[in-house]
Ligand binder design. Structure first.
Ligand SMILES: Cc1cc2nc3c(=O)[nH]c(=O)nc-3n(C[C@H](O)[C@H](O)[C@H](O)COP(=O)(O)O)c2cc1C
Length: 266
């Protein structure tokens, strides 16, 4: 397996702090010269590996000239060393998923969601599977955020749901957000009926649309297309009483964390 080195550039603000991070996170020799020539020598001598620079925005914002020079050295080194892959992760280039700010909401075309209310107050539809076999259900719990350097969305599905069966069979799911007031009756249908008993979407005004990966609805304001990267049944013993109170009947939630591979607006 190829080695991956993460160089964490949090708080890097100049040449000195950048090379300190390199020394801390990369296998450099003791005589490392703390300059870009020395970095080039290290990178071109490395065996097959991937180097991920995280929080590159720190150096990018504090010392843009040096940041440009670092990028040039990385480019030159990857051209010289066929076994070397470099990935730059910068918050400046993160997915355009932003926290909701009522004052800003109307100022541009972005669709804003409030991570604290998008699920619990406004609800979403989780749709598992693809156009050959899929099912959607209403969800009131979920999170968006970051895991392993990836933008992610986490959802919770009780094992008794028909959607659970499809989640288990498919690597893809979508999370679709709507104008709550306009669609709350339809959303409620998706949360009351089971796809196991028939076509519940036909009982709503929602129009399913197949995507390259997954299925969403024409009426959604925002859809996160997700690829499963982690699944786990919630552990009753590990829960505080607030959680245990939800599982008196033993119908546990499975937690699915999906990497957000596409964001569809409008
Ligand atoms: C407001 C609301 C939020 C819900 N949130 C969840 C949830 O996060 N996870 C879950 O497993 N079920 C949740 N449900 C229940 C499912 O949506 C419901 O059982 C649905 O009928 C399951 O459909 P299915 O059998 O077609 O999968 C919620 C229901 C409502 C009304």
């Amino acid at each position: 397996m190829m080695n991956t080195y993460y160089v964490d550039l949090t708080n890097c603000k100049d040449k000195e702090t950048f090379h300190n991070a390199v020394v801390r996170d990369l296998p450099v020799p003791d005589y490392y010269g703390h300059n870009l020539d020395a970095l080039y020598d290290v990178l071109t001598a490395m065996g097959p590996c991937e180097i991920v620079l995280t929080h590159a925005e720190s150096l990018e914002e504090n010392d843009p000239d040096y940041y440009e020079r670092v990028l040039q050295v990385l480019t030159d080194a990857t051209e010289e060393n066929d076994g070397l892959d470099v990935e730059i992760q910068s918050l400046a280039s993160e997915v355009p998923l932003v926290m909701y700010d009522e004052e800003d909401e109307d100022e541009d075309d972005d669709f804003y969601i409030n991570a604290f209310t998008a699920f619990s107050r406004d609800w979403a539809i989780l749709t598992a599977g693809d156009q050959d076999k899929w099912n959607g259900m209403l969800i009131g719990w979920g999170q968006v955020g970051t895991l392993w350097g990836e933008p992610v969305c986490t959802v919770y599905v009780r094992k008794s749901r028909y959607t659970h069966e499809i989640m288990e069979d498919s690597d893809i799911f979508t999370v679709s957000f709507f104008d709550h007031d306009e669609y709350k009756k339809d959303l409620a249908v998706m949360g009351r009926l089971s796809g196991r008993d028939g076509d519940k979407v036909a009982r709503t005004s929602l129009t399913p649309i197949p995507l390259d990966k997954g299925v969403t609805y024409d009426e959604a304001n925002l859809t996160l297309v997700c690829e499963k990267i982690y699944t786990q049944t919630l552990d009753y013993e590990a829960m505080a009483p607030v959680g245990q109170a939800q599982y008196k009947d033993g119908d546990m939630h499975d937690m699915y964390i999906g990497k957000v591979i596409e964001i569809i607006e409008g």
